[in-house]
Design a protein around this ligand. Structure first.
Ligand SMILES: Nc1ncnc2c1ncn2[C@@H]1O[C@H](COP(=O)(O)OP(=O)(O)O)[C@@H](O)[C@H]1O
Ligand SMILES: [Mg+2]
Length: 306
């Protein structure tokens, strides 16, 4: 049984020109970190909201732990936790209150809720600010409180919509550690992110969506291979014409940079050419970011960043 299964999922908003989801089909096995990647407006939030029973699809189906999200939303809700995009803290409550409330509302016994709250506060380094009004916290601290509210639960499937938005690199990694811990406990983590390094490091599988459709799904490794099988990326300074660059491999559009995806041989040749001209060159393995730009770089951006 899959932890999450969507079949022909379509969503048309009342005033939307084109569908936000357009026949999306994907499967996620249990006990893993699954990441949904896509440009602004690709339909990531819409998908998460439908799968977490907050929004009805126009057609198609979605199952969480084998339960139908449309027909059995209450049973689904008992088994999931959700961190929505743009969630906000509640004024008079402290960080500790937020996490306790989230656990107690799920029916967790008080002692256990206190224990799990303490652990989450510790893990996300909120000790010093745990007992002041959450409204007084910095954006990054608030975001950690919001994330802790779903991480601290024992939900089998946890949905997090851009959980690391606005966090500094150290705190992003703290959140990553918690996500990895959930996986270790056998829970399933479904997240969206704009950070390619995050998706690459954390995900067991990921799916790239564009205009509400699945573009590619697989492990970070296999998705990287979907870009014509290039293994190396080379960036060179000025002095190369577009045609010349093309002769070395696949040129990907990155603002103001000459980036070429190629094989080892092509990388060697291009770097030799760059060095001969005395221009800058950097070489490394192809990253998810390269592939993402390659696959979606030419696609028109969606409407507003919702
Ligand atoms: N409540 C809404 N009403 C109408 N259109 C919406 C609404 N929410 C999102 N959309 C549109 O649906 C598309 C997908 O949005 P969203 O799921 O938020 O994408 P993402 O999370 O990938 O940025 C976008 O074109 C967006 O403008
Ligand atoms: Mg979104």
């Amino acid at each position: 049984m899959f932890a999450l299964q969507a079949e022909g999922l379509t969503k048309r908003y009342a005033h939307g020109k084109s569908p936000a989801l357009d026949g999306l089909t994907l499967n996620v096995s249990g006990g893993q970190i699954f990441t949904l990647l896509g440009r602004n407006g690709a339909g990531k939030t819409t998908f998460l909201r439908i799968a977490s029973t907050q929004l009805m699809p126009t057609s198609g189906s979605v199952f969480v732990l084998g339960l139908d999200c449309v027909k059995e939303p209450r049973r689904v809700r008992e088994r999931i936790a959700v961190t929505p995009q743009d969630a906000e803290t509640i004024y008079p409550l402290t960080a500790r209150d937020h996490i306790m409330l989230s656990l107690r509302m799920r029916g967790m016994e008080k002692g256990e809720a206190m224990r799990r709250t303490r652990a989450a506060i510790e893990a996300l380094e909120l000790n010093d600010v745990a007992d002041i009004n959450a409204e007084w916290l910095s954006g990054g601290m608030k975001q950690r409180v919001i994330v802790a509210m779903s991480i601290a639960t024992q939900a089998e499937v946890v949905f997090l919509d851009e959980p690391s938005i606005g966090l500094d690199p150290v705190n992003r990694r703290r959140v990553w550690d918690q996500l990895a811990l959930m996986r270790k406990e056998g829970r399933t983590v479904v997240l969206t992110t704009h950070y390619m390094d995050e998706a690459e490091i954390l995900s067991d599988t990921l799916a790239v969506v564009d205009k509400g459709r699945l573009v590619v799904q697989g492990t970070p490794q296999s998705v990287k291979g979907s870009s014509g099988g290039s293994s190396m990326r080379v960036e060179v300074g000025g002095g190369f014409s577009a045609d010349e660059l093309k002769s070395y491999g696949k040129v990907v559009a990155v603002a103001g940079k000459n980036r070429v995806l190629t094989d080892t041989e092509g990388a060697r040749n291009l770097s030799d050419a760059a060095l001969a001209r005395g221009t800058g060159v950097s070489i490394g393995p192809v990253t998810l970011d390269d592939v993402f730009v390659d696959i979606l770089g030419g696609a028109a951006e969606g409407e507003a960043d919702a």
